[in-house]
Design a binder for this molecule. Sequence first.
Ligand code: COA
Length: 151
Amino acid sequence: MQILKTSHLDILAITLIEEQCFPIHNRLSLFDIRDLYDRTLLWKGWSSSVATKHDKVIAFYFLQIKCNICRIYDIAVDPECRNKGIASKLLENIIFAGKKSNINIFSLEVNEYNVQAIKLYEKFGFKQIKIIPNYYSDSNGIKMRKICPLV
Ligand SMILES: CC(C)(COP(=O)(O)OP(=O)(O)OC[C@H]1O[C@@H](n2cnc3c(N)ncnc32)[C@H](O)[C@@H]1OP(=O)(O)O)[C@@H](O)C(=O)NCCC(=O)NCCS
């Protein structure tokens, strides 16, 4: 598996993964993903990577760094490639790169019913810090945060 900076050629594959991961009322459209990708080109602090296997995109993330906070905006793994440590590798990558750039707070929002993701984040030391009522169209969100000591 390789982790590469997202290219415009990956946008469609990312959209297909997004479609398989989230219900229609809670997912990003092709338009939204293009917009996020454009932010990674045009706006300071935004970045995105894909995980690929045999040149096929199998996972991705988007994030934004502002001051000393890294907000993970979206992360998802192709359903056929789950439970093989791919999201863990992406998170390790995010945290390692963040620490190198003096980022010591990592934050994200997750659907209250998304047990897999909550377990993943807790494994990486994220704590649930507050409930965000109606953050999603049909459910609450949970704000999670990880604070790392600065090195
Ligand atoms: C959540 C998600 C990213 C995990 O990806 P993954 O590559 O399968 O995760 P990993 O193999 O790295 O698993 C790491 C940890 O996540 C948790 N986890 C993953 N799948 C799980 C499951 N089915 N049930 C419970 N915990 C699970 C476990 O803590 C696991 O650690 P372990 O293997 O030591 O038990 C993936 O399920 C996904 O893409 N879901 C849809 C998109 C999504 O919900 N994104 C998060 C939005 S906030």
